[in-house]
Each structure stands twice: as structure tokens, then as C-alpha cells.
Write a protein that binds this ligand. Structure first.
Ligand SMILES: CNC(=O)[C@@H](NC(=O)[C@H](CC(C)C)CN(O)C=O)C(C)(C)C
Ligand SMILES: [Ca+2]
Ligand SMILES: [Zn+2]
Ligand SMILES: [Zn+2]
Length: 163
């Protein structure tokens, strides 16, 4: 999968830690914090997983806003195009989730909805692949009109097949 650079298939634990590194200037930090927390909450409500924010940088899932070349083999491409990517479960870079800061990130207004994109990326960070079902959160193309409940039945089934 081009956008979920897989390490393993799943985490071998149910409590997964995350930490937020570089932020975007598009939104206040505490807004980013709550949107990221809510995006993890989508998966926590549908599974037996819990997500704990960690102050240190050795959390399982490192969340960062970066541009172009940023230290992995998958440089971003400037405005539009690819919005974000995530590595599949595993040590080190495993689970890490990067957002292209050349996009305009929003909490619902103009620009790309950070909550919706983060929920998709965290699906990859948990081990899910893309779905061909346009109603699935794991569909490969951004849809601003995502339903409030976000996850399709297929997504709930798939996360519970994995954990
Ligand atoms: C608006 N641009 C798009 O819709 C682009 N799609 C994405 O950036 C995906 C993320 C969306 C689904 C949140 C990349 N991905 O799958 C990460 O895990 C393109 C379809 C142009 C590649
Ligand atoms: Ca881009
Ligand atoms: Zn994806
Ligand atoms: Zn990256």
C-alpha cells in the first residue's frame, strides 16, 4: 500500500501511546490536540483499543506536521495531492503519522478536515489497508462530506478482525 508503509500487521498490545511533535500553524495547538484525540477516539469506540498521549518522543505513534523531505523515504508533494501518510504497526517509525503542512488544515471550515484525515491515517497506523468501498473511512480519496459517524460497518468489522 503506497500510503501505509507497513512494518508488521498489528500492535501486540491494546494500550497504544502517541505523542505530537511539530504542529501546523493553521490551527491553535489545543485544537490540534483535541482533533487528534477525537480521531483516536473513533477507533477506541469501535474496538478494545485505548490510546494514551505521552509527553515523550518515544511513543508508539509519533504525530507530526511536515513538508517535502522530512526524514523518511516518502517526501510530501506541496499543496494538494497527497495530504498525509502513516506507517503500519511496528517499532521505530512504525505507526508514525505525518501530515503535509503545505495543506490548509481545518477543524471543519475551508481546507482539509484534520479530524477526518487523522482518523483515516490512524486506521493505517493500526494496520488497516485501503478499502474500495467509497463509504469506508479507509477509501483512498479524501471526502469532505464524511458522515458524522465516520466509520462504516466494514471499518468496524476490519478493526475487530485485527484486534
Ligand atoms: C485530496 N487528495 C487526496 O484525496 C489524495 N489522497 C490522500 O492524500 C490520502 C489520504 C486521504 C484519503 C485522507 C493518502 N493516504 O491514503 C494516506 O493514508 C489523493 C487521492 C490525491 C492521493
Ligand atoms: Ca500535498
Ligand atoms: Zn490511506
Ligand atoms: Zn513521512
Amino acid at each position: 500500500e503506497e500510503y501505509s508503509h507497513n512494518q508488521g500487521t498489528r500492535w501486540n498490545k491494546n494500550v497504544i501511546t502517541y505523542s505530537i511533535g511539530r504542529y501546523t500553524r493553521d490551527l491553535p495547538r489545543n485544537t490540534v490536540d483535541s482533533l487528534i484525540e477525537s480521531a483516536f477516539g473513533v477507533w477506541a469506540r469501535a474496538s478494545s483499543l485505548t490510546f494514551v498521549r505521552s509527553p515523550t518522543r518515544n511513543a508508539d505513534i509519533m504525530v507530526e506536521f511536515v513538508t517535502y523531505n522530512h526524514g523518511d523515504m516518502f517526501p510530501f508533494d506541496g499543496p494538494r495531492g497527497t495530504l498525509a501518510h502513516a506507517f503500519g504497526p511496528g517499532l521505530g517509525v512504525g505507526g508514525d503519522t505525518h501530515f503535509d503542512d503545505d495543506e490548509h488544515w481545518s477543524a471543519g471550515g475551508r481546507g482539509f478536515n484534520l479530524f477526518v484525515v487523522a482518523a483515516h491515517e490512524f486506521g493505517h497506523a493500526l494496520g488497516l489497508k485501503h478499502s474500495q468501498n467509497p463509504d469506508s473511512l479507509m477509501y483512498p480519496t479524501y471526502k469532505s462530506s464524511r458522515p458524522a459517524n465516520l466509520l462504516s460497518i466494514e471499518d468496524v468489522v476490519n478493526i475487530n478482525r485485527l484486534y
